[in-house]
Write a protein that binds this ligand. Structure first.
Ligand code: SF4
Ligand code: SF4
Ligand code: SF4
Length: 156
């Protein structure tokens, strides 16, 4: 018998309540804007990479051409215009949603009690307070003690 299990997760930036990326940024380039979204202001970023090391979700990366931090900004221009993020519109299975926590709760009332933000291999929610709400598959809901077999493939 074997006890391997697998599932997929979609992960970008969680626009965390306690953003480790912004806390270590020496220039305040990584900041929260008026919409609550966190992104690096390239006019202040010096490309030091501290945010890439601090984020436990590996969300920021240094753009090799720009030499500046780059990551999901929550499609802030679309959000400001009342549109959904590109990833939400592009997902063919409609697995993604985006919005204020209260709106998401209303739209997904049926299973909201089951949502979590810390399925394996994600860190405990207490680390950064991610604004991430996952309805886990049964395998993800039951297993908090497995291990990742393909670390190299995941770039971890
Ligand atoms: S997921 Fe990472 S990059 Fe995004 S806000 Fe949280 S700590 Fe920062
Ligand atoms: S790479 Fe830019 S955004 Fe990231 S910590 Fe350094 S200055 Fe801040
Ligand atoms: S499509 Fe927009 S919201 Fe989705 S991951 Fe990319 S920048 Fe973030």
């Amino acid at each position: 018998s074997q006890d391997a299990f697998a599932y997929h997760i979609s992960l970008a930036c969680n626009h965390c309540a306690n953003p480790a990326c912004a806390q270590v940024c020496p220039t305040e380039a990584m900041h929260r804007d008026e919409l609550g979204l966190i992104w690096p202001d390239h006019s202040k970023c010096i490309g030091c990479g501290y945010c890439t090391m601090a984020c436990p979700y590996h969300a920021p990366a240094i753009d090799k051409t720009l030499k500046r931090s780059s990551k999901c900004d929550g499609c802030r221009e679309r959000i400001a215009a009342g549109l959904a993020p590109i990833c939400v519109e592009a997902c063919p299975l409609r697995a993604l949603d985006f919005g204020e926590k209260g709106e998401l709760h209303e739209r997904h009332e049926d299973y909201w009690d089951e949502v979590r933000g810390d399925i394996l291999p994600l860190p405990e929610e207490s680390a950064t307070g991610p604004n991430l709400f996952i309805l886990p598959s049964p395998a993800a809901a039951e297993n908090r003690s497995g291990s990742i077999a393909n670390r190299k493939e995941l770039n971890l």
